[in-house]
Design a protein around this ligand. Structure first.
Ligand code: URP
Ligand code: ZN
Ligand code: ZN
Ligand code: ZN
Length: 473
């Protein structure tokens, strides 16, 4: 199968030029000017951008959490992702406390393959319990044998998935040995637990108390603690969903010293302040995600950190719970509302509109934040995350003039609301391709389930070559 994409404006993290792309057998085989070789399919991309497929390194699909399970399946989530220009996602496979890492991996592989994703998929390993010494050996094997090359730890959600510093530090030491990247959800779960209990005891049960019991300092303290401990263990660290200045500052300080620290934020922190929690009719339940929406002044710090390089990635933390029947589990007690918000489909729309079109950063930086940096950090580069000869033909033909009104009525996730309801953006994917196969064309899903496949990722700092799918330093 061959595809020729002609005349598009090809934009990578470092380049921006008009050219043609020739695709054979799932990969880019040639890039040039006025290519005229025969092709099974010819796409006229004039007037359009051609971008590397975006990579979302933070999703929770069919995730049992907060007494329920996220409402997107591996089919619906990956279809929604594809419509938003995402061609690879890396989901959190979560150890059940007391059980092996491998039983979680089997579970994730089973669910994922039954539902036949339409885009490519990798897993992180979320570790919740190291009390059995067998787990240390499993930490090695998931990296060496399974291509699961990042460990995730929750420093919050006490009584559920939270780990203590003993577990956190031991995993960091193991990451130093195995070459995995350590990811942390950085909030002080012990302190938050005290604040939540005190709030409930005082009769504070409404949604705004989600933010009031998780103040920015609890995120800043945990972020700094994780950074210091990772440095002590000499392990690379990635801080997920940074939401506030208190967490940006220690990341900035560590990066200025050349420490191996990276961090992401998510659109929900750039657009919503804590007032969204304080709405009548339990409407605020839709915005119960963690960390919570912050006071408005944090948003400008986050945008700044994205443009100056303190933050390296925008992920979605797509963790969808329906408003009706799931969020409402906590109608009378904010602490019982399942934590998580949707967003898998709208990341590129939002970052193009409010990042690039509003002059906050360039198209190159957009590609870096949504594709190239996630690929490099998570062992997918240069197979994914760029447009180069030998790379997978994961491509987005992006129409910079297409108008879109974001709405739950038209989005592809199964969730019954959209945080960005009514937002108007200019610029949207027109064709989305995974390894040379068109998945989305205009408003149509043109590939059936199963177009996506599981990707074994390279270790941190190593390359995943297009040629072998293996690790090459
Ligand atoms: O509220 C959130 N973010 N839920 C998903 C789990 C997590 O903390 O990332
Ligand atoms: Zn060593
Ligand atoms: Zn988290
Ligand atoms: Zn998350």
């Amino acid at each position: 199968m061959s595809v020729l994409i002609k005349g598009g404006r090809i934009i990578t993290a470092s380049d921006d030029y008009v050219g043609d792309i020739y695709i054979e057998d799932e990969r880019i085989s040639l890039i040039g000017q006025s290519l005229d070789m025969p092709a099974d399919t010819v796409i006229d991309a004039s007037g359009k951008y051609v971008l590397p497929g975006c990579i979302d390194p933070h999703t929770h699909i069919e995730f049992p959490f907060g007494g329920t399970t996220t409402c997107d399946t591996w089919t619906s989530a990956t279809v929604a992702a594809a419509f938003g220009g995402t061609t690879t996602l890396v989901d959190f496979c979560c150890q059940v406390p007391g059980h092996s890492l491998f039983s979680a991996l089997e579970d994730w592989h089973r669910k994922m393959s039954e539902r036949k994703p339409v885009i490519d998929v990798g897993f992180h390993m979320a570790i919740t319990d190291l009390s059995d010494p067998a787990r240390m050996e499993e930490l090695k094997r998931v990296v060496q044998d399974e291509g699961v090359t990042s460990y995730k730890l929750f420093m919050a959600y006490k009584g559920s998935v939270m780990v203590d510093d003993t577990t956190l530090f031991k995993v960091m030491q193991q990451a130093h040995e195995t070459g995995a990247l350590v990811m942390v959800h950085a909030e002080n779960g012990d302190v938050i637990d005290v604040l939540v209990r005190q709030a409930l005891a005082a009769g504070h049960t409404s949604t705004i108390w989600h933010a009031r019991t998780r103040p920015p300092i609890t995120e800043g303290e945990a972020t700094n603690r994780a950074i210091q401990l990772a440095h002590l263990a000499d392990a690379p660290l990635y801080v997920v969903h940074v939401s506030c200045k208190e967490a940006i500052d220690p990341v900035a300080e560590a990066r200025a010293k050349g420490w191996k620290v990276w961090a992401e934020t998510c659109p929900q922190y750039l657009f919503f302040d804590e007032s969204v929690l304080d709405q009548p009719n339990f409407e605020g339940g839709k915005w119960i995600y963690t960390p919570p929406p912050r006071p408005k002044e944090h948003q400008e710090h986050l945008w700044q950190a994205l443009s100056t390089g303190i933050l390296s990635v925008v992920s979605t933390d797509h963790c969808p719970f329906n408003f009706n029947g799931q969020k409402t589990l906590g109608r009378d007690d904010f602490s019982k509302i399942p934590n998580g918000g949707p967003g898998i489909e709208n990341r590129l729309h939002l970052m193009h509109e409010f990042g690039v079109r509003q002059g906050r950063f360039s198209m190159n930086r957009l590609v870096e934040l949504l594709a190239t940096n996630p690929a490099k950090l998570f062992g997918l580069y240069p197979k994914k995350g760029t447009i180069a000869v030998g790379s997978d033909a994961d491509l987005v033909v992006f129409d910079p003039n297409k108008q879109l009104t974001i709405s739950a009525a038209t989005h592809h996730s199964l969730i019954d609301y959209n945080l960005y309801e009514g937002y108007q953006v200019t610029g949207a994917p027109e064709i989305v391709m995974v390894r040379g196969r068109t998945i989305v064309q205009g408003d149509e899903l043109v590939a059936g389930p199963g177009a996506g496949t599981f990707i074994k990722r390279a270790r941190f700092g190593e390359e995943l070559t297009g040629a072998t799918g293996g690790v090459a330093v």
